[in-house]
Design a protein around this ligand. Structure first.
Ligand code: PMP
Length: 356
């Protein structure tokens, strides 16, 4: 703490970023990045843009990118907002669209940034416990005794559990909360979920947020987007304009457009991750792990007799890193990113040795 800090900063805790340690031959299965590189067409587009053009500011409205996203999802660019990673899109949504005089609701086990944004903006929140199977119970998000929430947000599939809520349940939550905005964070939806984007045509209180960091393998480019009714998008644009009129740089815009248009590469690499996930789940199960059903590019697994923290530490000694959360209810789980077949093979080989 410093005498020069404002009261707001005193209330904030530093974010512990996903680990990026410099270890030779590291098998990095801790931050849910895509194991295969981005589309070669995206890299080509970025190379071409890395030119004298960088002298000029980028298009503040990212028109080309919004048009590409709109075309892919059969909507209009007025229904698309883009930002510097979905983290930024979510931060703007918290500021722009959640009522600050009633508590925001999100699951007690969920994306760790939601309470951070609440702290930043002074938003009251009330977490909703997952059920005994670590699943979201949709009924818990329907208003009781006429009390509307200030807003609702959760990832689908949820993180770090990987569990998916069917679209019909999402619709029930959105339809049951017409007085507030429901934000569905679909960071992982391409690995096995059904997107709620089509529902935005019928529900003006639904905002769907996606990212190019996971299924498009562009975590390093920082591009995320939101889709919703033009009124919701307008609120996000106003917040964006007040922070940074040019959040997406020229390289990000052209790279993201090329990645979105390369449907063939997207489909092939997405399917490869889904296939490897199936093998990883069956290999972990054969070693005695219980694995939650995953619709994401990671699995959430617990061993009935071995401590998860110790397993993570043993793996680390073998240059394999997975994620262990020291958080009540899930401290006996490991979150393991689906890597290449070779990486997952190395993980299973190491676990077999550790458990022997
Ligand atoms: N939502 C969820 C649920 C996530 O796990 C992540 C990535 N850690 C994000 C949003 C943010 O992703 P990005 O900012 O890279 O788009």
């Amino acid at each position: 703490m410093s005498q020069y800090w404002s009261a707001v900063v005193n209330g904030l805790t530093p974010y512990v970023p996903g680990e990026q340690p410099k270890i030779a031959n590291l098998v990095k299965l801790n931050t849910n990045e895509h194991p295969y590189g981005p589309s070669p067409k995206a890299i080509e587009a970025i190379r071409a843009e890395a030119s004298d053009a960088l002298r000029l500011y980028p298009d503040p409205t990212s028109e080309r990118l919004r048009a590409a996203i709109a075309a892919r999802h059969g909507i209009t660019p007025q229904q698309v907002f883009v930002g510097n990673g979905s983290d930024e899109v979510l931060a703007h949504a918290f500021l722009a669209l959640l009522k600050h005089d009633r508590p925001l609701r999100f699951p007690d086990i969920s994306y760790s940034f939601y309470p951070v944004y609440c702290g930043l903006y002074g938003i009251e929140f009330a977490t909703v416990p997952l059920d005994e199977n670590l699943a979201i119970r949709p009924d818990d998000y329907l208003p009781t005794d006429g009390q509307a929430a200030g807003g609702i947000v959760f990832p689908n599939p949820n993180a770090p559990t990987g569990r998916l809520l069917p679209l019909a349940e999402i619709e029930r939550i959105v339809a049951g909360n017409p007085q507030c905005v429901v934000v569905i964070d679909e960071a992982y939806v391409d690995f096995g979920g059904e997107s709620a984007i089509p529902l935005t045509a019928r529900y003006p209180n639904l905002l769907v947020v996606q990212t190019l960091s996971k299924s498009r393998s562009l975590a390093g480019l920082r591009v995320g987007f939101a889709i919703g009714h033009p009124d919701l998008i307008e609120a996000l644009v106003r917040v964006k304009d007040s922070f940074n009129s040019y959040p997406l740089d020229r390289l990000a815009i052209v790279g993201a457009v090329a990645a979105i248009e390369d449907e063939e590469y997207f489909e092939r690499t997405r399917q490869a991750v889904i296939r490897t996930r199936g093998q990883l789940v069956s290999d972990l199960s054969a070693l005695g792990f219980e694995v939650l059903p995953s619709a994401a590019n990671f699995v959430f697994a617990t061993h009935p007799t071995r401590d998860a923290g110790e397993l993570a530490a043993e793996l680390r000694k073998r240059a394999i890193i997975v994620r262990h959360f020291r958080q009540p209810r899930i401290d006996q789980f490991l979150r393991i990113t689906v890597g290449t077949d070779e990486q997952c093979g190395a993980l299973i080989g190491a676990l077999r040795e550790i458990l022997a």
